[in-house]
Each structure stands twice: as C-alpha cells, then as structure tokens.
Design a protein around this ligand. Structure first.
Ligand code: ZN
Length: 99
C-alpha cells in the first residue's frame, strides 16, 4: 500500500497518509481543516507533470540534409585497413552500404 504525501494549501502543513490506490484522496487538512493537495512521491510510479512533453527525438529537415551530405563523402580508392591482422577467415564481410 503506497504512502501518499499531502500538503495543506492553507497552513503548509505536510503529512503522509497510508492509503490504497483506490482510496479517495484526502480533501482537508487534519490540522486546520483547509484544503490539501496530494503530492507525488517517488514510489507512486506515475508522474504527471503540468503540461507539454519533451520532443528530443524529433528530427527536422535539417537533420535529413546533414545525413545526406555525410553519406556522399568519405570513400577513397584503395583504402586498406592497417589494423586488420587477423587472417584465416575465407569469408570476407563487406561493410553494409546503404544508399
Ligand atoms: Zn492546514
């Protein structure tokens, strides 16, 4: 059973109340009878914040342009990998080129 934290909007009194998730939230302050607001604690699991959401994954037209430029350059003729000293494998894996 989660513990809910409340804060009185009138006297700023903060207290915790052990309640079931289906229980109705408290409405009044046990101290002054004023209106209380339920705070979100770490164990609640669900956090609703005011408004809006973060859209960090959004990729606009600028990103597409940069990606196109990047794929068209960088390949040179006769480029050998100096770090490849491993031999014995007959199967040569070619780098996956897309485009
Ligand atoms: Zn109060």
């Amino acid at each position: 059973m989660p513990t809910y934290q409340y804060r009185c909007t009138a006297c700023k009194h903060e207290f915790e109340e052990l309640q079931s998730m289906t229980d109705e939230p408290l409405q009044s302050c046990p101290k002054c009878g004023g209106r209380v607001k339920r705070l979100i604690s770490g164990g609640a699991g669900v956090i609703f914040k005011g408004s809006g959401f973060y859209a960090t994954d959004y990729r606009g037209p600028k990103y597409k342009k940069d990606a196109a430029l990047d794929s068209s350059s960088g390949s040179g003729p006769g480029k050998s990998d100096p770090g490849s000293s491993k031999t014995g494998s007959s199967e040569v894996k070619s780098p996956a080129g897309k485009g």
